[in-house]
Design a binder for this molecule. Structure first.
Ligand code: HEC
Ligand code: HEC
Ligand code: HEC
Ligand code: HEC
Ligand code: HEC
Ligand code: HEC
Ligand code: HEC
Ligand code: HEC
Length: 476
């Protein structure tokens, strides 16, 4: 009883015992349960100032109450770090769950990839979430610990570019690969160990000889991370007329504009999820901030020209991509590709929806998706991250290669369709006498009738062999 009382008093006092966290009942027991976590926490500045319970609460304080524990959210951190929290909330990182759940096929993916953080959710957990809306998957609602890894929560770690690489890598956003093998990155890898990592970013230029991700994207320690183009590489206002047409096609492939160019329901997501800058003023503000960063080391003219080249690479990529989108849309329009069974979910039909990612109805659409998500991305992202290899051989080159593949596939599909139609017409004529159909081939009923008629099988296999022969010759 007495021990319980002492425990109670201690529990009540702990919040007031900042600075003397040694008295914590949490650490006392957890030294035996999770010793590395306690050690890690104690190695950081916060270990000297606050207690486990500041983030995990008091509801659990014994082995029997483990499932009552609370996991922190960004708001928990925000109670003591209001500035960083509100900057984070203004920027893109806080919207990462929102953007992920806004994708049309997110609900169809295994939950483990999402809330379970084994796929999309493993990176998008940098977003803000209140942590009460799911039970089964109980972790991953903090956001802030993406760069300040628990439990040391080090600021120096967060200043190193490696803090960004777990997410900004790979298929569709290879910024780590681009940066680390660029001139900027190679200088960091060669000289970085000698730089002063304890200095705030506002003093970085005193010791850095080359920029880091943070120097360019979190200038002065600002947690409001946002760029002009963003991931999708579009803006709502498009002052360049020759670009606007291709842009409309790009937006149709995102399901943001319908086939006639009118905004769809998805258009309304752009603003709350900050998927694109709405006006040229919104677009220019981060651009000018970026040029000011470059200006610490380069001439303004050099920086401006370099970034404008990035804009132009995006425009070139849009030209090639838009042409391929129109080819695929025409295949649907002409009825050559079958209507997908999810047609009701396509806001811009006959335009395909690349935001469905890999869940497409035909390989030509998958090609288009890869073209957008992998190659178009690299065309502009590499230009901004000054990586010539990624730009040429992982961006523009494969973009053009895929455009060729889509054109060939288009020809084959159309040839196949023509042959099928010719076959059907002959097949129907052949069977007119016995079945009494009118001879106008085309309806599903006719096809079924024709298929049941005697002699059709032989006729069809002959036609298939002929079709195959013609196709092979065309491909060769
Ligand atoms: C008497 C021992 C004891 C005390 C005191 C104790 N814990 Fe625990 N804690 C445990 C045990 C046992 C587990 C479960 C470990 C496991 O699953 O391997 C646990 C688990 C946890 C977890 C992880 C829960 C999860 O869902 O993964 C957190 C966080 C935690 N404790 C925080 C605290 C905090 C904060 C305090 C102080 C308010 C505290 N603990 C006090 C024994 C204790
Ligand atoms: C109860 C208040 C409190 C809470 C809650 C809190 N912190 Fe802190 N934090 C502090 C204090 C106090 C310091 C030390 C401040 C100082 O030295 O200026 C600190 C320092 C830091 C630092 C600087 C570390 C360094 O290496 O200099 C980071 C980063 C940080 N906190 C992140 C977080 C994150 C992320 C969360 C939420 C998961 C969080 N904090 C929750 C009080 C808190
Ligand atoms: C390896 C980490 C990672 C995985 C896995 C991942 N993403 Fe992302 N995602 C990112 C990063 C990083 C960005 C920002 C990239 C950029 O701006 O260039 C991003 C951007 C996005 C965006 C664009 C947000 C915007 O505002 O422009 C959407 C939407 C998105 N991801 C959805 C998904 C979905 C859905 C999945 C799973 C099918 C997924 N992501 C898997 C890291 C990841
Ligand atoms: C500044 C906030 C903060 C403090 C203080 C803190 N933690 Fe945590 N802890 C976190 C975050 C963030 C997570 C990850 C939560 C998630 O993914 O939902 C976490 C997760 C955990 C987990 C489960 C994950 C794992 O790796 O097993 C345990 C156990 C844990 N903390 C124990 C402790 C103990 C013990 C202390 C004190 C020595 C402590 N924490 C102090 C923020 C904190
Ligand atoms: C020399 C400054 C600089 C460095 C270093 C840098 N970036 Fe960038 N980053 C840019 C510029 C410029 C843009 C394009 C801004 C715009 O849209 O106008 C950009 C764009 C981005 C974008 C949006 C999509 C894209 O790629 O165009 C992400 C995400 C990003 N950077 C992440 C990173 C990460 C992660 C690192 C480190 C591995 C990094 N950046 C290093 C300058 C830099
Ligand atoms: C994208 C990575 C990233 C995320 C996410 C992030 N931080 Fe930071 N944080 C940094 C960097 C980089 C610095 C160093 C800033 C500087 O040197 O001026 C920093 C610095 C800090 C500091 C120390 C400020 C100081 O003046 O010493 C605190 C406190 C902090 N962050 C809290 C948070 C909180 C709270 C969140 C979530 C709301 C968060 N951070 C999310 C990268 C991040
Ligand atoms: C845990 C994964 C993760 C980490 C770590 C991470 N990011 Fe991100 N980042 C994302 C995701 C996901 C998005 C897309 C969020 C959205 O737009 O909804 C994103 C978006 C961005 C953007 C915005 C692009 C735009 O749309 O304007 C920039 C710039 C960026 N991150 C830079 C960084 C930098 C710099 C670091 C390291 C200091 C970093 N990120 C660390 C996952 C991460
Ligand atoms: C902290 C200093 C620093 C900052 C900030 C910086 N750079 Fe650099 N940059 C360098 C150094 C050093 C080199 C290598 C020497 C040179 O080419 O001037 C370099 C090289 C380059 C190159 C040539 C790359 C090559 O492969 O030869 C380009 C292009 C470039 N920077 C663009 C930019 C842009 C655009 C920005 C802003 C978004 C920027 N830099 C910000 C230091 C910086």
């Amino acid at each position: 009883m007495k021990r319980l009382l002492v425990l109670l008093v201690l529990m009540l006092l702990t919040p007031f015992l900042m600075g003397s966290a040694t008295a914590s009942i949490c650490t006392d027991c957890h030294r035996g349960i999770t010793p590395e976590i306690v050690e890690d926490f104690k190695s950081g500045v916060m270990g000297e100032n606050i207690d486990c319970s500041d983030c995990h609460g008091f509801a659990h304080s014994s082995a029997d109450t483990v499932d009552k524990v609370t996991m922190p959210t960004h708001e928990t951190c925000g109670k003591c770090h209001a500035t960083q929290d509100s900057q984070y909330m203004d920027g893109k990182h806080s919207l990462a769950w929102t953007a992920m759940f806004a994708m049309p096929t997110t609900a169809d993916q295994p939950k483990e990839l999402m809330d379970g953080q084994k796929g999309c959710g493993g990176c998008h957990k940098i977003g803000a979430r209140d942590g009460t809306d799911w039970d089964e998957y109980h972790y991953g609602a903090t956001g802030c610990d993406s760069c300040h890894t628990r439990h040391s929560f080090s600021v120096e770690e967060a200043r190193r570019p490696e803090a960004c690489m777990t997410c900004h890598q790979g298929f569709d956003h290879a910024q780590w690969e681009m940066y680390s093998t660029s001139k900027h990155g190679s200088i960091y890898l060669t000289e970085g160990d000698g730089w002063d990592w304890s200095a705030p970013l506002s003093d970085a230029k005193a010791s850095y000889t080359s920029p880091t991700c943070q120097m360019c994207h979190m200038s002065g320690g600002d947690h409001n991370v946002i760029t002009s183009w963003g991931f999708l590489g579009v803006r709502v206002e498009e002052p360049i007329e020759e670009w606007a047409d291709d842009r409309a096609t790009v937006l149709k492939s995102f399901g943001v504009l319908d086939a006639d160019g009118n905004p769809t329901a998805r258009f309304d997501l752009i603003s709350p999820a900050k998927l694109a800058r709405l006006t040229m003023d919104d677009w220019n503000a981060p651009r000018e901030e970026m040029i000011a960063v470059c200006g610490d080391c380069h001439s303004e003219k050099f920086a401006r020209i370099s970034l404008e080249e990035g804009d132009r690479m995006l425009r070139e990529a849009d030209r090639v991509y838009a042409e391929s989108v129109e080819i695929v849309a025409a295949l649907h329009r002409d009825g050559i590709l079958p209507e997908p069974d999810y047609i009701d979910e396509l806001p811009s039909y006959p335009y395909p929806d690349v935001l469905r990612f890999y869940d497409q109805s035909h390989t030509i659409e998958t090609d288009l998706w890869v073209m957008w998500m992998k190659y178009r991305m690299r065309c502009f992202q590499s230009a901004f991250h000054t990586n010539a290899d990624q730009e040429q051989w992982y961006g523009w080159g494969p973009l053009k290669e895929t455009a060729v593949a889509i054109k060939s596939e288009d020809r084959s599909l159309r040839a196949e369709a023509e042959l099928a139609e010719a076959t059907m017409a002959t097949g129907t004529k052949e069977t007119t006498g016995t079945t009494g159909t009118t001879g106008t081939a085309g309806t599903a009923e006719d096809e079924a009738d024709a298929a049941n008629a005697p002699g059709f099988g032989a006729m069809f296999s002959f036609a298939s062999i002929l079709a195959l022969f013609v196709l092979l010759r065309r491909k060769g």
